[in-house]
Design a binder for this molecule. Structure first.
Ligand code: GRG
Length: 305
């Protein structure tokens, strides 16, 4: 990436962060008041934790690529809904019964700060919050019941048994076992890839994209979704805890099969690059407006945090 494209990506992520954090802060303040005690604090702490906001950036870039017009506030809420799903997955992923991690996004994990019971409850409570935020976005976009139903199906199927939750189960079951590359690809595509793909599809639905463009977004999202987890494997093996904001080297400690354990760090980085190049070809029907999506894809493969 040249320094110009790095600046473009930084602007895309900054924009997503500003829009998303405003929605998340509003919900955090509301829930802090509505949910008494430590659970309310744990929910707000999780919602306000500083992530990169890649998924909301993808929602916005896909919406723009499909000539999305109209209220940006609806795009912000839909991006925030995806971020809520991502956030509760991290809260649970860090629990002692899963990855048992102390640090996330440069801060103590929710269970380290508020205890395991409160973190577990906060994670479950946020599942329904994601649905409410999605419905807020659909209302703002005037999508009507059919639009909301399409978006809900995309978000919750990608985060359910055939997506994030199912992928996480398989990932946990695979600890201390050697997976083949094909099995690992399925686990990664479900655990991480499906929600990334959903982010692209949601932007397309919001923009009223025709079938051909949705097909392109689906294929692009699948490739960059997988590339995202491959790059995550590389970072876990080669980054520092300070760069990552969480404990580096956790995959090796937990005996996980990863792209790095199967292909080596260089082979895995090459695979992420290959996937992203393949992804870009699917955006050809969308033309020049797809540039922000393409840049986010490149960033996903090359990021250092
Ligand atoms: C609570 C119903 C319920 C389900 C939770 C625990 C779980 C199911 C799923 C975990 C899935 C998981 C942890 C996938 C890994 C995703 C990943 C690569 C996270 C890192 O994403 P980044 O780099 O993080 O975008 P930031 O912090 O920048 O947002």
């Amino acid at each position: 990436m040249t320094s110009d494209t790095r600046t473009e990506v930084a602007d895309l992520l900054d924009g997503a962060r500003t829009r998303t954090d405003a929605v998340l802060a509003r919900w955090a303040n509301r829930l802090r008041l509505e949910v008494p005690g430590v659970e309310g604090e744990a929910i707000a702490y999780a919602l306000e934790s500083p992530g990169k906001r890649v998924r909301p950036a993808l929602v916005h870039a896909a919406w723009r690529a499909c000539k999305g017009l109209g209220k940006e506030s609806s795009v912000a809420s839909i991006g925030a809904a995806v971020e809520v799903v991502h956030t509760y997955s991290l809260v649970h992923d860090d629990l002692p019964c899963m990855d048992d991690d102390d640090q996330r996004r440069g801060r103590p994990t929710v269970h380290r700060r508020f205890g395991t019971a409160a973190a577990t409850r906060a994670g479950y409570a946020l599942v329904a919050v994601a649905a409410e935020v999605l419905s807020e976005g659909a209302d703002r976009a005037d999508l009507g019941p059919e639009g909301l139903s399409r978006m809900a199906r995309v978000l919750f199927s990608s985060s359910g048994l055939h997506g994030m939750v199912g992928g996480q189960w398989c990932d946990l079951e695979a600890e201390r076992r050697q997976l083949t590359l094909d099995s690992l690809r399925s686990v990664h595509a479900a655990k991480t890839g499906a929600l990334i793909q959903a982010s692209c599809l949601l932007g397309g639905i919001l923009a009223g994209a025709p079938k051909e463009w949705m097909t392109g977004l689906r294929a692009f999202g699948a490739d960059i979704g997988l590339a995202f987890q491959v790059a995550d494997d590389v970072l876990d093996a080669t980054g520092t805890s300070a760069e990552l904001g969480k404990t580096a080297g956790r995959d090796a400690t937990l005996g996980k099969s990863t792209y790095v354990s199967l292909l080596g760090a260089t082979g895995a980085a090459r695979e992420a690059e290959r996937l992203v190049t393949q992804a870009e070809a699917h955006l050809a029907p969308l033309g020049a407006l797809a540039r922000p999506l393409t840049l986010l894809g490149r960033y996903i493969a090359q990021r250092r945090s």
